[in-house]
Design a protein around this ligand. Structure first.
Ligand code: ZN
Length: 195
């Protein structure tokens, strides 16, 4: 499960907008690799997780371009996970600087529980959805489980959490593709603070 950050420890670069229901989640190869590698490192029986960063398209596809890991100061227990906030802030800022990816959700493992958001997970996400500063209408969550206890080949389930419901949606792995080199003349946004 994920625990709520305190009010004074908010992440920057969060404001998103959702205009349609989210029907599917597409993971970039980079995000999938991060999640797979971090999950494989969590075979100590404790939960792990991190941020999901990208965009929600008007068509209802959530494009996850980057994923974060737990960070060195994360609290990891068999049924509890609290990510390292400073690490998460850095991951979010890096993703935003690269291609304006936004914080659209989180992933975490359930070493012992079902691949569904727990009551505590849902309370955490409802807190995000109810926060007017975040401007979130939906929150993406990917929950990983392992039937065998070996985390090198986890099963992943995507959920879209709304204020009054959580929906299981298809999780799709985007194919690798060669991206064009970044235009060096395009200025990157350097600051984008919360209002
Ligand atoms: Zn959970």
């Amino acid at each position: 499960m994920a625990a709520r950050d305190t009010a004074d420890s908010r992440l920057p670069h969060l404001r998103g907008s959702v205009t349609a229901r989210v029907g599917r989640v597409v993971l970039s190869p980079a995000a999938a690799t991060t999640i797979r590698d971090e999950a494989a490192r969590s075979d100590d029986g404790n939960e792990t997780g991190g941020l999901l960063l990208g965009h929600i398209e008007p068509t209802g596809t959530a494009q996850v371009r980057y994923a974060g890991g737990p960070g060195p100061a994360a609290v990891r227990r068999p049924a509890f996970f609290l990510r390292d906030l400073h690490h998460a802030q850095r991951v979010a800022a890096d993703a935003f600087a690269r291609d304006r990816s936004m914080w659209i959700g989180e992933w975490h493992t359930h070493p012992r529980a079902a691949p569904t958001p727990s009551d505590q997970d849902l309370r955490t996400y409802l807190g995000f959805l109810d926060d007017p500063e975040l401007g979130l209408d939906a929150f993406i969550t990917i929950i990983l489980t392992s039937r065998t206890g070996a985390w090198d080949r986890p099963e992943a389930h995507a959920w879209i959490c709304y204020r009054h419901a959580a929906e299981h949606v298809p999780l799709i792995l985007a194919p690798h593709k060669h991206s064009a080199p970044a235009d060096p003349n395009t200025p990157l946004p350097t600051t984008r603070t919360r209002p």
